[in-house]
Design a protein around this ligand. Structure first.
Ligand code: TRP
Length: 355
């Protein structure tokens, strides 16, 4: 299933050529990266205009950070939307049922590349990888999600960046900040492959540290809220991975845990900022920028099948929400302490709640 760049979307090119008579599509068959792109007629220089489909699953702070960093990086690298780059941005508004029509629209348009932010988006884009190369962004576990054969050698016309969650560091942080906890309840959407992969790794490590792990799941805001209430009443601590459904409802889910005096650990900085207690995680702006640079490489002819997935798992910071910390201390249900070693650590970032 190794789709080479120059084979992609021949049909789409023909369709585009038929529709846009006068706008020259790919003229040089030897130039893989210009297939389907048009040539700007303005001025005396003819410049390749790449078209990109940029699809985002839902609006939540982390995915928005990734998207904005990506757009900024394109600009920095000299790819300006509306000039030598045409970005067709689509947001699925949290409904995976919207994804397929977004992707098939990109295929019909004959875009030069599809960028897919978050796992469900990437899994939908994968179905069109025979028509345009796919660069995914912030996929927690690309192998488990079936997107690539291996991180080093993706194997298909799809590659990208991963925000592999460092579950052992998060569990270690839980035991450091709240040493008395015995039970942890995981809250996530089982329909998100990213969450399924991360929670199973989390469970394994947490149990190896002597914790008892339970779970409740939800598939939308309402069921997630209900699951959070049930969990908060029955466990010592809660954990959510980088789950897009949780992140979208994080403000109210975080409040449920705070009201119950339960420390709620999460998978991303943004989820701490919107009401979770703490995490160990990466900088998503860096990940967004790298996703843009990989896209540029692919537009310039790099083969996704052999372009390794870039995994962000170094340069981690600890994020602690001070408002939540105060709440937990005043509720007094669980012993919370920030060890002096963490107080002095420059990689510890204290945040306050933003909504
Ligand atoms: N990693 C998630 C996925 O694979 C996407 C994601 C990135 C995310 N940052 C996040 C989800 C923050 C929740 C919170 O789909």
């Amino acid at each position: 299933m190794k789709t080479m760049n120059h084979f992609r979307k021949t049909l789409a090119v023909l369709a585009a050529a038929a529709m846009l008579a006068g706008c020259s599509s790919s003229s040089s068959p030897s130039s893989a990266s210009s297939a389907g792109s048009s040539t700007a007629a303005a001025g005396s220089t003819s410049e390749t205009v790449y078209s990109i489909g940029l699809a985002q699953l839902v609006d939540h702070p982390s995915l928005n950070t990734i998207r904005d960093a990506m757009l900024d990086e394109f600009k920095k690298e000299g790819y300006v939307d509306g000039e030598n780059l045409k970005i067709n941005y689509q947001n699925a508004a949290g409904k995976t049922s919207n994804l397929d029509s977004i992707m098939s629209g990109y295929a019909t348009d004959g875009v030069d590349a599809i960028i897919a932010i978050a796992t469900p988006t990437a899994m939908s884009a994968q179905n069109y990888a025979d028509q345009a190369p796919v660069i995914f962004s912030a996929v927690s576990d690309p192998v488990e999600a079936g997107l690539v054969e291996s991180l080093e050698e993706p194997g298909g016309n799809i590659t990208g960046t991963s925000d592999e969650i460092q579950v052992d560091e998060i569990v270690d942080l839980m035991l450091e900040l709240t040493p008395d906890i015995k039970t942890v309840g995981m809250l996530y959407n089982p329909g998100e492959a990213n969450s399924v992969a991360t929670t199973s790794r989390f469970k394994e490590y947490a149990e190896s540290k002597g914790l008892t792990v339970t779970e409740k799941t939800g598939t939308d805001n309402t069921t997630m809220q209900q699951a959070a209430v049930e969990l908060a009443n029955s466990v010592d601590a809660m954990f959510s991975p980088n789950d897009n459904t949780v992140a979208t409802g994080m403000v109210s889910l975080g409040q449920v845990a705070r009201d119950a005096g339960v420390p709620y650990y999460v998978g991303a900085d943004s989820m701490v900022e919107t009401g979770g207690f703490a995490t160990v995680g990466i900088n998503y702006e860096d990940l967004g920028r790298e996703s843009a640079r990989m896209t540029i490489d692919v537009l310039n002819g790099a083969n996704p099948a052999t372009l390794p997935v870039k995994v962000f798992k170094d340069d981690l910071n600890v994020y602690i929400n001070e408002d939540v910390l105060k709440d937990l201390e005043s509720k007094g249900k669980t012993k919370v302490e920030v060890p002096a070693s963490l107080e002095e650590d420059e990689n510890v970032i204290k945040v306050t709640t933003t909504e």
